[in-house]
Design a protein around this ligand. Structure first.
Ligand code: AMP
Length: 545
C-alpha cells in the first residue's frame, strides 16, 4: 500500500472554537434568562469566557479524562462548558434535568463526575441527588435566578478571576469529549462517549446542504435540550458554520418560542414533534400574530413527525419541516428526509410521504435492516426488520461496558428500531422493537396508525400500543388527546382510518387521555400505556373501536 502524504491534522473541537474566534468574533450568542430577558454576547466574549472557565476548572483540579457534569438549560454558560471542558482534554457530561433524582444519582455515580455545573434555578433538583455522589469534589452554580447558595462556587465569580487566554493542549482526535446517557426506558441508562473526531465529523456532515444545510448567515435556535444527545450537535455545527445562536433557556412553551423566533429572526429551529404540534396549534389559532418570514427550516426528530403536521406547516403557514432520525448512540444524526432531486417530480402526496419518512442515511452513516437471525432484508419498502447502523459517529460500545449485545460481530450497532427501507434508501420506522404489536402473528405498525390518527382534525396526539387479547394475543389500542374544545367518537376515529389500512390493523379500542405519558426526552411512554390500559380488551367495559 502506498500511504498518502497529507498532514495528520487532528479533528478537534478546539479547531471549531479557534475558527469562530478568528473569523466570526462579532457573531452573537443570545440567551433567554428565567426572567425572560435576553442576554447577548459575541463569539469573542464566548471565546474569552471559555478560556476563563478552563482556567477555573484547572484550578479546581480537573485533569485529562475527568468528567465535568452539567445540569443546565440551553444557555451561554452551557455552551462555554461544551467547549472548555473537551478542549482541556476532559469530558463534559450532560445530565438530563427531566430525570428522577434516583436516575440522576445512578448516572452521576456511573460517570464518576468530579465537578458539577448547575443552574441556580435547578438547585432543588441538585440537592435531591448531588450530595450523595461520592466522586463530586466541586459544585459550580450558574447564577441564573440569584447567587450561589452557601458553600458552593459561583460560576461568574470564578470566571471573573481568570485570564482570557488558555494554553489549550494539542489533543489527539480520538480523545473523549462528551458523555451522554441513553434515556433507559428499559434497563439502566447507558453512557455513550463521543470523541472529538466523532463530534467534528458529525458537525461537518450536519452543515452540508443536503443534510441540515447550516450556513454562516443562519440564526439557529436549538430548542432540543443540550442535555439530550448534545442538542443534536447544533452547538458544534452552528459554531462551525459561524451562525448566530439563540438559546431559549427554560421557556419552551409555544408562545415564548414563537416570540423568540420572530424577534431574533431565527432561520433554523430544532426540536421534538410535541413541541412543534404545540407551535402549529398556536399558529393555527392566530395565523397573523407572528412574522416568521425569516424561518427557513424547522428540524424535527426524536419521534416520528406526523405527515399531517408537516403538511399543516407547509400549506397553512409556508413553513418547511426537515424530518430527521437519530439516537444518543449516533451522536445523534443518522438519516434526514430530504427529497432527492431525482424524486422532485413526484406528486405532492408522494413528496409528503417521503418527507414524513425518516429519510435516507447521511454521508458516513450506513444503514441495513435485518431479520431475527441477523440476515439482511430486501429494500422493498415493505419488509420490516431491525435497523442496524455503522459509521464514524456511531458508538462502538457503551461507556460502562454493558449492552454488549447491541453490537454485532461484524461491526454494526443494533438500533432497536423496526423499519422498512425502500429501493431509494428511505427508511420508515414502524415501531421500537420493544413496542411492536404482533396480532395473530402479523406485525402492525403503531407509527403508521398514529400518523393517520393525528391527521384527524380533532386529534392532537395519538399513541398506539399493544393490548392483551384472548384470541389474537395482542391487538392495537389507541390513546388519543384532543385539541382544545374538540372531540371525536371511537366510530368517527375508526371511520377516519378505514380504507387506509387493512381491517385487522384498526385499533380495537380508543382511550381518551388528557395527556399521553412521555419519557424524559419527549417520546411516548408505551410501557406506561400498557401498564395502565394493557388489559382494556379483557375488561367487560371495553370501548369498542
Ligand atoms: P434517544 O437516544 O433518546 O435520542 O432516542 C432514540 C430513538 O428515538 C430512536 O431509536 C427512535 O426510536 C426514536 N426516534 C428518533 N428520531 C425519530 C424519528 N424521526 N422518527 C421516529 N422515531 C425517532
Amino acid at each position: 500500500m502506498l500511504t498518502g502524504q497529507m498532514m495528520a491534522f487532528p479533528l478537534t473541537i478546539t479547531h471549531l472554537w479557534q475558527r469562530a474566534r478568528e473569523f466570526f468574533s462579532q457573531q452573537e450568542v443570545v440567551s433567554r434568562l428565567p426572567d425572560k430577558s435576553l442576554h447577548r454576547q459575541t463569539y469573542a466574549d464566548f471565546a474569552a469566557r471559555t478560556a476563563r472557565l478552563a482556567h477555573a476548572l484547572t484550578r479546581l483540579g480537573v485533569g485529562p479524562g475527568d468528567r465535568v457534569a452539567t445540569l443546565c438549560w440551553n444557555h451561554r454558560q452551557h455552551l462555554e462548558a461544551y467547549y472548555a471542558v473537551p478542549m482541556m482534554g476532559a469530558v463534559v457530561h450532560t445530565l438530563n434535568l427531566r430525570l428522577h433524582p434516583s436516575e440522576l444519582l445512578y448516572i452521576a455515580r456511573s460517570a464518576a463526575d468530579t465537578v458539577l455545573i448547575v443552574d441556580r434555578s435547578l438547585w432543588k433538583l441538585y440537592e435531591a441527588f448531588g450530595p450523595q455522589v461520592e466522586s463530586l469534589r466541586h459544585v459550580i452554580v450558574v447564577p441564573d435566578t440569584g447567587p450561589a447558595p452557601g458553600e458552593t462556587l459561583d460560576y461568574e465569580s470564578l470566571l471573573a478571576a481568570e485570564s482570557a487566554e488558555y494554553p489549550w493542549p494539542a489533543l489527539e482526535e480520538n480523545t473523549a469529549a462528551m458523555l451522554c446517557y441513553t434515556s433507559g426506558t428499559t434497563g439502566n441508562p447507558k453512557g455513550v462517549l463521543y470523541s472529538h473526531r466523532s463530534t467534528v465529523l458529525h458537525a461537518l456532515v450536519s452543515c452540508m446542504t443536503d443534510t441540515l444545510s447550516l450556513r454562516q448567515s443562519d440564526t439557529v435556535l436549538p430548542v432540543v435540550p443540550m442535555f439530550h444527545a448534545s442538542a443534536w450537535g447544533l452547538p458544534y455545527s452552528a459554531v462551525l458554520a459561524g451562525a448566530k445562536l439563540v438559546m431559549p433557556g427554560p421557556h419552551l412553551d409555544a408562545i415564548s418560542l414563537l416570540d423568540l423566533m420572530e424577534t431574533e429572526k431565527v432561520t433554523v429551529a430544532a426540536g421534538v414533534p410535541t413541541l412543534w404540534l404545540g407551535i402549529l396549534a398556536a399558529l393555527d389559532a392566530a395565523p397573523t400574530r407572528w412574522n416568521l418570514a425569516s424561518v427557513r427550516s424547522m428540524i424535527i426528530g426524536g419521534s416520528a413527525a406526523p405527515a399531517s403536521m408537516i403538511e399543516g406547516f407547509a400549506t397553512r403557514h409556508h413553513l418547511e419541516v426537515t424530518h430527521a432520525w437519530g439516537m444518543t448512540e449516533t451522536n445523534p444524526l443518522g438519516t434526514v428526509a430530504n427529497v432527492k432531486h431525482s424524486l422532485a417530480g413526484r406528486s405532492p402526496e408522494e413528496q409528503l410521504h417521503l418527507r414524513a419518512s425518516q429519510g435516507y442515511a447521511v454521508p458516513f452513516v450506513e444503514t441495513r435492516h435485518v431479520n431475527d437471525p441477523g440476515l439482511a432484508l430486501p429494500r422493498d419498502g415493505h419488509t420490516f426488520g431491525e435497523l442496524e447502523v455503522r459509521g464514524p459517529w456511531v458508538a462502538a460500545s457503551y461507556y460502562s461496558g454493558d449492552g454488549a449485545d447491541r453490537f454485532t460481530a461484524d461491526g454494526w450497532f443494533k438500533t432497536g428500531d423496526v423499519v422498512t427501507l425502500d429501493a431509494e434508501g428511505y427508511m420508515r420506522i414502524t415501531d421500537r422493537a420493544k413496542d411492536v404489536i404482533k396480532s395473530g402473528g402479523e406485525w402492525i405498525s403503531s407509527v403508521a396508525l398514529e400518523n393517520a390518527l393525528m391527521s384527524h382534525p380533532a386529534v392532537l396526539e395519538a399513541a398506539v400500543f399493544a393490548a392483551q387479547h384472548p384470541t389474537w394475543t395482542e391487538r392495537p389500542v389507541a390513546a388519543v388527546t384532543f385539541k382544545p374544545g374538540q372531540t371525536a367518537t371511537p366510530e368517527e376515529l375508526r371511520a377516519h382510518l378505514e380504507g387506509r389500512f387493512a381491517k385487522f390493523w384498526l385499533p380495537d379500542a380508543y382511550v381518551v387521555l388528557a395527556q399521553i405519558p412521555r419519557t424524559s426526552t419527549g417520546k411516548f411512554l408505551k410501557t406506561k400505556l400498557r401498564e395502565d390500559h394493557g388489559d382494556i380488551l379483557l375488561r367487560p367495559s371495553a370501548t369498542p373501536g
